[in-house]
Design a protein around this ligand. Structure first.
Ligand SMILES: CC(=O)N[C@H]1[C@@H](OP(=O)(O)OP(=O)(O)OC[C@H]2O[C@@H](n3ccc(=O)[nH]c3=O)[C@H](O)[C@@H]2O)O[C@H](CO)[C@@H](O)[C@@H]1O
Ligand SMILES: C=C(OP(=O)(O)O)C(=O)O
Length: 417
């Protein structure tokens, strides 16, 4: 078990570079399974989730060499189509191998990922889409088995724009016969990155980034090299870090368009945000104004930024209404923020946050990745010291977050207990 000892009250200043996107890297790594050959992925962040996906690929028979931020994957020897419960439990996103395994081998068996700390997260849309492509699905003993004599392109309508279902179905469709059209697809930038990777391997996909993705099946793919996009959620987290510590920082390696909802909300809250090419400067010298947010699928305000933004709103002038519409249980940080003196009233999907002048340090626990990030931000902006337990969750999605913030003037010590 690892914890952070955080001494609050230091304004962040200086420059920080954003790593490659976790949510782009994971499906791209999974997509490498489609290829009876080798590919190279650059800009790979050193994250716990990426290490788990590497273990999944190796378990399936791939060779993976990961040096610094470059990953070389050779999937020629993949000979297993099953992902164990142990691996699936370590990371939900392991379910992204279902589409590529079905696409290449016409069969796969994965343990059902189940719910997690933020919601029940079913896979019904992934499975319904595959069934429409002629895949037989059976669910037994906690495992999903998928088998197809022939994988047939099809028209698929998603009841809601699920990121994972869009990605899994795109990957399954690449080597299918004929054309697949995914309607009401998710539009997240990570889906565009996956499309670019797959097209670089010889796939024929159009429309990622819109609500209709069209995939024309091809007979074979070839090796490629690809650089993943920067992590927009990491960038957004740093932006809030600058605001909550009344700091002034330059965040490098961003795609400004991907950050529009966060940039606009921060500006509305009175935070100074200056975008220049692939960098953004964020500065604040007073409490933010309270603003309301409602999480939505991209290009709406990202659910993965809701906890961090709530941390900022706990010290805003006025009352903010935060509505979580994507995950039914993404409010575990509320209890912990309250321990730090936040005034938050939770009713169903809505949190009413009455800003207080300052938070105070406390003993708190990270229940999941973004809740953990939110507590780091709250603690950096708080009076006195905070002990933040279970920081392993944070390592799932941030590369040594404490090193990045300490380089900007924060005081965070990682303790192994
Ligand atoms: C690895 C990765 O990229 N993770 C991201 C991805 O997760 P993930 O792909 O799991 O999220 P989805 O977009 O699929 O989930 C959105 C909502 O749809 C529901 N749903 C989803 C699939 C399904 O078959 N049935 C169903 O009901 C989910 O329970 C959830 O309430 O998108 C989420 C929403 O932006 C982000 O928070 C996650 O960081
Ligand atoms: C919810 C997240 O990730 P995952 O879908 O991998 O659980 C996240 O990145 O905030």
């Amino acid at each position: 078990m690892q914890r952070f000892m955080i001494t609050g009250g230091y304004s962040l200043s200086g420059a920080v570079r954003v790593s490659g996107s976790k949510n782009a890297t994971l499906p791209i790594m999974a997509a490498s399974l489609l290829l009876d050959g080798k590919c190279v992925i650059r800009g790979v962040p050193r994250l716990r989730d990426v290490a788990v996906m590497r273990d999944v690929l190796v378990y399936l028979g791939a060779s993976v060499v990961w040096e610094k931020d470059v990953m070389r994957i050779d999937a020629r020897r993949v000979n297993c189509h099953e992902v164990s419960e142990e691996l699936m439990r370590r990371m939900r996103a392991s379910n992204l191998v279902l589409g590529p395994l079905v696409g290449r081998f016409r069969c796969a068996r994965i343990s059902y990922p189940g719910g997690c700390n933020i919601g029940s997260r079913p896979m019904n849309l992934h499975l319904k889409g595959m069934q429409a492509m002629g895949v037989g699905i059976t669910e037994k003993f906690g495992y999903i088995s998928a088998r197809a004599e022939k994988l047939q392109g099809s028209e698929i309508y998603l009841d809601l724009p699920s990121v994972g279902a869009t990605e899994n179905l795109m990957m399954a469709a690449v080597l299918a016969e004929g054309k697949t059209v995914i309607k009401n697809a998710a539009r997240e930038p990570e889906i565009v990155d996956l499309q670019n990777f797959l097209n670089n391997m010889g796939a024929k996909i159009r429309g990622a980034g819109t609500d209709t993705v069209k995939i024309t099946g091809v007979n074979s793919l070839h090796g490629t090299e690809h650089s993943v996009i920067p992590d927009r959620i990491e960038a957004g987290t740093h932006m809030v870090a600058a605001a909550i510590t009344r700091g002034d920082i330059l965040i490098a390696n961003i795609i400004p368009e991907h950050l529009e909802p966060v940039i606009n909300k921060l500006r509305e809250a009175g935070v100074y945000v200056e975008v220049k090419d692939d960098q953004v400067r964020v500065a604040a010298d007073k409490r933010p104004r309270a603003v309301d947010i409602k999480t939505m699928a991209y290009p709406g305000f990202p659910t993965d930024m809701q906890p961090q933004f709530m941390a900022l709103m706990t010290v805003a002038e006025g009352t903010s209404v935060i509505t979580e519409t994507i995950f039914e249980n993404r409010y575990k940080h509320v209890m912990e923020l309250r321990r730090m003196g936040a005034d938050i009233n939770l009713e169903g999907h809505t949190a009413v946050v009455r800003g207080v002048p300052e938070l105070t340090g406390a003993y708190v626990e990270a229940s999941d990745l973004r809740a953990g990030a939110a507590l780091v931000l709250a603690a950096m902006g708080a009076e006195n010291g905070t002990v933040l337990d279970h920081v392993g969750h944070i390592d799932r999605g941030y590369e040594r977050l404490e090193n990045k913030y300490n380089a900007l003037g924060a005081r965070i010590i990682r303790v192994h207990s």
